[in-house]
Design a protein around this ligand. Sequence first.
Ligand code: ZN
Length: 219
Amino acid sequence: MYIVLLGPPGSGKGTQGQMLSTKLNIPHLSTGDLFREILDNPKHELYESLQVIKEGKLVSDDVVNKVVGGSLRDPRFEDGIIFDGYPRTIAQAQALDQELESIGKAVDVVIDIHVTKEVLLGRLLGRRSCPNCKRIFHVSQGISECPDCQITLIQRPDDNEETILERFDEYQTKTAPLQEYYRQSRTNYIVIKVFESSRTADSVQQEVWDRLYGLGLVK
Ligand SMILES: [Zn+2]
């Protein structure tokens, strides 16, 4: 099964992707993971094309599409992929459709997680992370030290209200055409609304699962 996850930073889509990955036994994949893998392998044909990452530049649609296209033919991913952070543009969505079509597959479902600004702010302003192992915590857990590293947790500088709202608006603007693209195609499209900050990841996952069940995609 090929799943595309949409949702702004802080929507919990990464967590949902991981949970689905475990349940469905399908890899949860971000393009960042794929890029890192290639950058560790100087013999890879796209190694040179990805050097722009080290300069802090964006990877072109063309190269992203080649990376993803290659992974679709990788035996590790033959049962499907849960895409996280890809596609980001219509050009990427079209390329993904074409690549999947060429192997007789298609995007089975798009899961679009909607969150309110209030929920995002509550989550992200309370986010604390371990400077050593990068594990993420939340102030509501009442922990001030990383249990593994015994180091005081910190708040990341970009987790402030202004930056969070900027990222949210940027996400909305950039993703709107993509949402439109998938809504107009015949792809199954699920919207999950997370409008209460007390909502747990388990409850969101249950809703995702129920909706997938309703579409006949899971048993
Ligand atoms: Zn730690």
